[in-house]
Design a protein around this ligand. Structure first.
Ligand code: PLP
Length: 412
């Protein structure tokens, strides 16, 4: 008999991460059949056309060029001041919203999500997200004793489903005083969908209508993939819309260096609070810094210094932007080819705009992924479909993949 001495709230926890599981199967197949015979579409990081993990060259140069002291010293708990300053430019570009703004350094984008859940919802509250979502959201909620619910993200015409969002927002606010709404855009994981400006207007109108006195809404805008979402300033225009929200709507922008700087393992990000009310932002800075102290203390100093160095030097920044663009184009070419072949063979695909992933809606995703193993293709089964990481698959292996996914779908 197995024995458990874990606390009541921790009993039965086990992170059976489907993404890492699928990746392990792909790695095992590559060892057996050779790398060329295997398509590993599970990895959420950019691999180049030779399937090597990409590090943006200028980022590497700046990072490796730091002094030993910068590499090893502690950083202030809320983050290096220069980083907190530059990260606003990195996130917002020319579209910085008006209002009170504060940034707190976090351990990746995940850290920002963690703090938002912990500090803006109570035990037993329900957090809202779309039905296509990054699995870690739910794990984070469950680990902190929060419920997690979803609305249908797309309607029958594959348009952003504002009525479904409104229904859930109203339903939850009838039961609880604070609502945390997690929205990942642009270049959504797992679909590659991006909300249009009009969609965003619709979202904000729903939130404003629901935020009656006595109710608070925390709108968490997860922009982890913004640097691979399209033209830099164009995709940032959504931020201007965060100006002038009522004081009982706090927007938190979740920023991550993981993808934009190819520094996934360096665990650096930020949560940026935007509010029309100074006291809400003072509280935001205080409570989140406190939670940082209480979880990881301070974060990665050299990664913060790398961002600050690059964003303080126009030449370095121009180089980084050009390097990112090269990989954005590489990913786009892969997604375009997959979408073209999907259309030709009649494989349904969710509307992809940009980003690391695309998704195929399906009734039996586990069986399809299992079937695809016969072709040495490895993808991630989600609740409502199959996720394909175009960021990690070279163009030559994308070719023919949609047809194989379609065949697997028909066969199961
Ligand atoms: N948000 C989404 C939707 C993601 O997919 C990721 C990473 O996979 C993140 C946030 C943040 O990642 P990290 O904690 O590595 O910065």
């Amino acid at each position: 008999m197995t024995m458990s001495i874990a606390a009541k709230h921790a009993k039965g926890k086990s992170a059976q991460d489907k993404i890492f599981g699928a990746n392990a199967a792909a790695v095992a197949a590559a060892a057996k059949y050779g790398k060329d015979a295997v398509t590993n579409a599970t990895i959420g990081a950019i691999l180049d056309e030779d399937e090597k993990l990409v590090c943006l060259p200028t980022v590497e140069e700046v990072f490796r060029g730091l002094s030993t002291n910068e590499m090893i010293a502690y950083a202030p708990i809320s983050g290096l001041p220069e980083y907190l300053d530059c990260v606003l430019t990195a996130a917002f570009g020319n579209s910085r919203p008006e209002g009170y703004i504060a940034a707190v350094a976090t351990a990746g984008g995940t850290g920002a999500i963690h703090h938002a859940i912990w500090n803006y919802t109570d035990n037993g509250d329900t957090v809202l997200c779309s039905d296509w979502y990054w699995g870690a959201y739910k794990v984070l909620c469950q680990d902190m004793g929060r419920n997690f619910t979803t609305y249908k993200m797309l309607d029958e015409n594959n348009k952003f489903n504002l009525p479904a969002l409104k229904e859930k927002v109203d339903e939850l606010l009838a039961k609880q005083d604070n609502l945390l709404y997690l929205l990942n855009t642009p270049a959504h994981n797992p679909t590659g969908y991006s909300l249009s400006g009009e969609d965003m207007d619709g979202v904000l109108a729903i939130l404003k209508e629901a935020a009656v006195p006595g109710k608070n809404i925390v709108f968490f805008l997860d922009v982890a993939y913004i640097d691979y979402a399209g033209e830099k300033e164009e995709v940032r225009k959504i931020f201007k819309k965060l100006s002038g929200l009522p004081a009982n709507i706090l927007c938190i922008v979740g920023y991550s260096m993981s993808k934009g700087f190819t520094m996934y393992g360096q665990r650096t990000g930020a949560m940026i609070g935007v509010s029309s009310d100074k006291s809400v932002i003072d509280e935001f800075a205080a409570i989140n810094q406190y939670t940082s102290r209480a979880t990881w203390s301070n974060i990665n100093r050299p990664a913060m210094r790398t961002l600050a160095t690059i964003y303080s030097d126009p030449e370095l920044l121009a180089k980084v932007c050009a390097e990112r663009d090269y990989y954005y184009q590489m990913i786009k070419a892969r997604a375009d080819l997959f979408a073209k072949e999907a259309e030709e063979c009649g494989l349904p695909m969710l509307p992809y705009v940009a980003g690391f992933f695309l998704s195929i809606p399906a009734k039996n995703p586990d069986a399809i992924c299992e079937k695809l193993h016969e072709d040495n293709i490895f993808a991630v089964p989600l609740a409502a479909g199959v996720r394909i990481a175009v960021c990690a698959v070279p163009l030559k292996k994308i070719k023919g993949m949609a047809v194989k996914v379609n065949a697997a779908m028909q066969a199961v």
